[in-house]
Design a protein around this ligand. Structure first.
Ligand SMILES: C[S@@+](CC[C@H](N)C(=O)[O-])C[C@H]1O[C@@H](n2cnc3c(N)ncnc32)[C@H](O)[C@@H]1O
Length: 274
C-alpha cells in the first residue's frame, strides 16, 4: 500500500499553521536551532539563489543569509499564508536580497527547473504527503552541483508521548497515533529517497536527545506544530474532555524533572551531480 493511502496528516495543514503562526517563533526554539544546525551542515559554496520549501516564518532562510552572505534571491514556499505573513515582516528588514514568498505546497511550487544553488527544507518534510515525490520536487529546481538540505522528524522520536496518547481511555482520535508513522523516517529511508531522485547523499544522520519539558510546554508545542492532526469534526465538549484527560495523563507520566521525551531529528544533505 502506498504511503498516500495509509493516512494523510497533511490535511488542514495550511489552516493549522496559519492559526498558530503568531505563537510559532516563541514556542519552537528547538526548530529554530535545528534550522541553524541544518544550514551549518551544508558544504561551503557560492550560493546565490535559494529555495526554502515549507519556509514557515523563515528561520532556515535567515540562517542561510547569515552563512552565505552572497545570496541575492530567496524563494520561500509554504501553503500557510499566516506563516508567510510573519516571514514577510522579517524579510522587509533585509536589504539587498530579493524575496519571492509564495503560498504553495511542495508539489506545486511553480519554480523553474535547475535555477537554484541551494534548496533547504527545515521541519516541514514530515508533513509532506508523498515523501518520495517531494524529494523529486525539491531536486528538480537544483542547478547541477547545487545542494539540498532537509531537516525532519526522525524515527523513534517522542515515543513517550505516543505511549501517553495510547493510554487514553476512551481512546484518542486514531489520527494522533497514526501521525507518528506518517511523519517519522529513518536514515535508510531518507537515503533511498535521495538516491531515487538522482541526488548524491553527502551526509544523512539522526540526532537523538533526551529532553525534559513541563507537560504544559510540551502540549503547547504540540498545539503549535500539529493542531491540524486533530479531526475538525470532533464536538467541542468531546474535545475539551480529551484535552483534560491528556493533561492529566501527561502530568501522571511526568517526574521531578518534568516530562522526559526522546527528541529525534533526521538531517539530510545531498548534492545534485554535475
Ligand atoms: C514546523 S513548520 C517549519 C517552518 C520553518 N521551515 C522553520 O524551520 O521554522 C512546518 C511548515 O511546513 C509547512 N508545510 C506543511 N505541508 C507542506 C507542504 N505540503 N508543502 C510545503 N510546505 C508545507 C507548514 O505550513 C509549516 O509552515
Amino acid at each position: 500500500m502506498s504511503e498516500l493511502h495509509v493516512y494523510d496528516a497533511s490535511q488542514g495543514v495550511a489552516e493549522g499553521f496559519t492559526s498558530t503562526a503568531h505563537d510559532y517563533d516563541a514556542t519552537v526554539r528547538h526548530n529554530i536551532q535545528g534550522a541553524w544546525r541544518l544550514v551549518m551542515s551544508l558544504p561551503p559554496g557560492d550560493h546565490r539563489r535559494v529555495l526554502d520549501v515549507g519556509c514557515g516564518t523563515g528561520w532556515a532562510s535567515l540562517a542561510m543569509l547569515e552563512r552565505f552572505p552572497g545570496i541575492t534571491h530567496i524563494t520561500g514556499v509554504d501553503p500557510a499564508g499566516g506563516m508567510l505573513e510573519v516571514f514577510r515582516g522579517k524579510a522587509a528588514e533585509r536589504g539587498g536580497v530579493e524575496f519571492d514568498l509564495r503560498v504553495a505546497g511542495v508539489m506545486d511550487m511553480g519554480v523553474p527547473a535547475g535555477a537554484y544553488d541551494a534548496v533547504v527544507s527545515s521541519m516541514a518534510f514530515h508533513w509532506f504527503p508523498d515523501k518520495q515525490g517531494a524529494v523529486h520536487a525539491m531536486a528538480a529546481p537544483l542547478a547541477p552541483g547545487g545542494v539540498l538540505g532537509i531537516l525532519a522528524s526522525g524515527a523513534g522520536g517522542e515515543q513517550e508521548f505516543r505511549d501517553v496518547v495510547r493510554s487514553l481511555d476512551p481512546p484518542a482520535p486514531r489520527e494522533w497515533d497514526a501521525a507518528f508513522d506518517f511523519t517519522q523516517r529513518d536514515v535508510e529511508a531518507m537515503e533511498a529517497y535521495l538516491v531515487q531522485a538522482g541526488l548524491e547523499p553527502l551526509d544523512v544522520w539522526i540526532e537523538k536527545r533526551l529532553r525534559h519539558s513541563t507537560p504544559e510546554a510540551y502540549l503547547e508545542r504540540m498545539r503549535v506544530v500539529a493542531s491540524h492532526v486533530t479531526p475538525s469534526d470532533i464536538p467541542a465538549e468531546e474535545l475539551e474532555d480529551l484535552g483534560r484527560r491528556l493533561d492529566e495523563a501527561m502530568r501522571a507520566a511526568s517526574g521531578p524533572r518534568g516530562f522526559a521525551y526522546t527528541f529525534c531529528k533526521l538531517y539530510a544533505v545531498a548534492r545534485r551531480p554535475g
